[in-house]
Design a protein around this ligand. Structure first.
Ligand SMILES: [Zn+2]
Length: 111
């Protein structure tokens, strides 16, 4: 489960709130490297790339009249990968079974 932290926040002119620094290397995030993956009401899912270490954060940011809160998850996913996985269908039990059976099938053909 992602750890909820109180990050220092910076607001950009477009109204999107960004996390201030990378929790891995402490480099300051460049707000221009934050990209919105999705919006839902007051919630924004951001991909924030770190220019210091090359990792990124997926951050769920909620902006309300009461303030800003965020929860983040460190990732090595690029924005494009995060977007692709976000739009992909969920993994089903059939997918898991197919992944389990496929290698056994391949091995049986080799024997
Ligand atoms: Zn970093």
């Amino acid at each position: 489960m992602p750890k909820r932290r109180n990050h220092p926040q910076h607001a950009s002119p477009d109204g999107v709130t960004h996390l201030a620094e990378c929790p891995l290397c402490a480099a300051s995030y460049d707000p221009h490297r934050a990209r919105v993956l999705g919006k839902n009401g007051e919630e924004r899912l951001l991909h924030v790339a770190c220019g210091g270490c090359g990792n990124a954060m997926l951050a769920l940011v909620v902006v309300t009249s009461a303030g800003v809160s965020s929860v983040g998850l460190i990732t090595d996913l690029s924005f494009e990968d995060a977007q692709r996985f976000r739009e992909a269908s969920p993994v089903s039990a059939d997918h898991v079974l197919a992944a389990h059976v496929l290698p056994a099938d391949i091995i049986s053909r080799l024997l």
